[in-house]
Each structure stands twice: as C-alpha cells, then as structure tokens.
Write a protein that binds this ligand. Structure first.
Ligand code: IPM
Ligand code: MG
Length: 356
C-alpha cells in the first residue's frame, strides 16, 4: 500500500518524539512492503514564529491531501503567562480540529502489566482496566459563540453550544465502539445543571432502542471524576462533551502510570490525526529524555484506524510492550536501573521490529 502521511511535529518535545514514531512507522512499512511518503508541515508556536499563524493554510492543505496526520505537540511557555497574546499555539490545534472536522477524539486507556506498580492507584483497582474515552472535539464551550469580554473588560463569557446533529454523530460512534467491545456505554454529562447536557441525555435516550445489546448508563461528570479513580475497571466506553472529555482524559492517563504512554486518534469528516495526549513538555525539549511511547503508539493507531492495517499496528504494540518488559524505557518510567534516552528507546523498538 502507498501511504501519504502528513508530519506535524510542532513544539517542545514534538520533533524528537515524532522522529522516533516515524522511525518505527518506517520499519513496519518496510517489513510489510508499504511505501510511505511524508510531507512536513508547521504548526503551533513554531508556525507563529515563522509565519504568524499557528495553523497556516499551507499546513491545512498538506493535511487535507494526506491519508493520515501524525502530530507531535504544541505549546510554548512564552505564551502561557501572557494573557494578552493575540495569537496562541493552542488556537492552531483548535483550528486544525475544526477545519478537518475532527469531531471525535478517541483516547484508549489500557495498562501495561509491568508498569502497574507505577500507577498512584492500588494495583487491584488498576490491573485489567481497559476503556475507551470518546471525547467530542469540535463543539461545546471550546467553540461556542458568543465568547469574549465586555467593553469595560470586567466581564468575560464563554458559551457551551451543542446541536442535536453534533450530539447524534458522536454518540453513534460511541455506541458502535461499545458494540465491538464489552457492550457498555457510559454517557457522562451534567444534566442536573446544564441545558446542553439535558439535550445530550435526551438524544442518547432516543438512540438507545437502536442498540438493544448495549447497556447504557448515565453519570454526572463530578461523579465520573470520582468513579475513574475509585474503580476504573467499571468503564468500557465513556462518551462525553468536549471540556468534560479534556479533563477526564488527563485524569484517566494517570491510571496507567505515566502521561507519556497514552496515544489518541481524532477522526471525523476529513483526514484523521494521530497524536499523544500529553503536551509539548518544554522543560525537556531538545534533551532527548522525553518518553516517545505515546507517539509510537499513536503510530500503531494510525495503521489500525486510518489504513485498517491491523497486523502492522499489532507489531508496534508488541514491540512497545517488549521494550517496557525489558526496561528499555525513559526516565519517567525507569526505576533504579538505567534510564534510556528518547532515541535509544526508538532504536530498540525499530531493532525489535527489524528482527521479527
Ligand atoms: C488536549 C489539550 C488541548 C485541549 C489544548 C492544548 C488546547 O489539552 O488535547 O487535551 O484542551 O483540547
Ligand atoms: Mg487536555
């Protein structure tokens, strides 16, 4: 197969981790006889510095023409502490999601046996936890209008807005994922307070009869935050709106022991985007110490979701698992023994794949 992949390394550790992921993707492609063509695009703070726009039109065109996008991270501390900055790197990510129509963000949360003790939660709570968080990604309070400030500057407002259609399409996807998993769907909302949540619940209840084999439960978001920590194993597919999903998935990432392990896929109308859920980790940029596994696993998701190449994805997962078992890992998950560098972990995984 010929695979056209857009590479958007972005800021901070983005370039280093994307480099490891492309090494691994190349190794798998060579093994299975696929031909890969990469096209690089700029995004985030890097793009602001170069052309004044965090998601330039040229980058968008590269994404639109590609079969999949492999994305690193964006964000730069120089913008975080400046509330008056006119453009911010994060706007690039939001613009990309909106323009590519990426309404669904899939964040699988799984544990690695040999890392369970790194979780801050008790082993018996975490061992075997395996769920998929489905986060709505192009609606809600992130995009709702009006948003802004009053003229005197003393009042600020954001609006959470959802249409029936937006809710239906994300719920449909969540029901379908539940159908191929353990057939349990948790709809997370705040229907006791928010009008948007009540519409979510109404739509979900109307859709329930179309999926008779799926057990549906409704959970308020505050309770969900608690349940994730108290008993993550109860979840199979969890679906929720944009901001609740943002918050709950950072919380969920801790269950596994490191934020550096979780990949994600954003899918929708146009090209899908594959990226680690962690940020640009600016303190580590250029030091060759960041954990590349979340991005490498995003490469596995890319094979599986964008190209339906399951064996290729499985081989990456196997190699990652082996590297963890063999303790060839970066400092965030290393213990006692040696901590390997970002590129050494990448090399080890490539070597494993080559020798398979
Ligand atoms: C994420 C991030 C982004 C979000 C930021 C960087 C805009 O936290 O992908 O979860 O809030 O969606
Ligand atoms: Mg987030």
């Amino acid at each position: 197969m010929k695979l056209n992949i857009a590479l958007l390394p972005g800021d901070g550790i983005g370039p280093e981790i994307v480099e490891q992921a492309t090494k691994v993707v190349d190794a798998v492609a060579a093994k299975f006889g696929h031909e890969i063509e990469y096209t690089k695009g700029i995004v985030g703070a890097t793009a602001i510095d170069e052309v004044g726009d965090p998601y330039p039109e040229e980058t968008h065109e590269i994404c639109m023409k590609s079969d999949a996008v492999l994305f690193g991270a964006i964000g730069d501390p120089k913008f975080d502490n400046d509330p008056n900055a006119k453009v911010r790197p994060e706007q690039g990510l939001l613009a990309m999601r909106k323009k590519l129509g990426l309404y669904a963000n899939l964040r699988p949360v799984t544990t690695f046996k040999s890392l369970i003790h790194k979780s801050p939660l008790k082993t018996e709570l975490v061992d075997g936890a395996d769920f998929m968080a489905v986060r709505e990604l192009t609606g809600g309070i992130y995009f709702g209008k009006p948003q802004g400030r009053s003229e005197d500057g003393n009042t600020a407002y954001d609006s959470s807005v959802y249409t029936r259609e937006e809710i239906e399409r994300i719920l449909k996807l969540a029901f379908e994922y539940a159908g191929v998993r353990r057939k349990k769907l948790t709809v997370v909302d705040k229907a006791n307070v928010l009008a948007t949540s009540r519409l979510w619940r109404e739509v979900a209840q109307q859709m329930e009869p179309d999926y008779p084999d799926i057990e549906v439960e409704y959970m308020f978001v505050d309770n969900a935050a608690m349940q994730l920590i108290q008993g993550p194993k109860r979840f199979d597919v969890l679906v929720t709106e944009n901001m609740f999903g943002d918050i709950l998935t950072d919380e969920a990432s801790v269950i596994t022991g490191s934020l550096g392990l979780l990949p994600s896929a954003s899918v929708g109308t146009h090209t899908s985007v594959f990226e680690p859920i962690h940020g640009s980790y600016p303190q580590a940029a250029g030091k060759n110490i960041a954990n590349p596994l979340a991005t490498i696993l995003s490469g596995a998701m890319m094979f599986e979701y964008a190209f339906k190449l399951m064996d290729e994805g499985a081989l990456i997962r196997e190699a990652v698992e082996k590297s963890i078992d063999e303790k060839v890992v970066t400092e965030d998950i290393a213990e006692g023994g040696k901590a390997y560098s970002t590129s050494e972990v990448g090399d080890w995984i490539v070597n494993y794949i080559n020798n398979k």
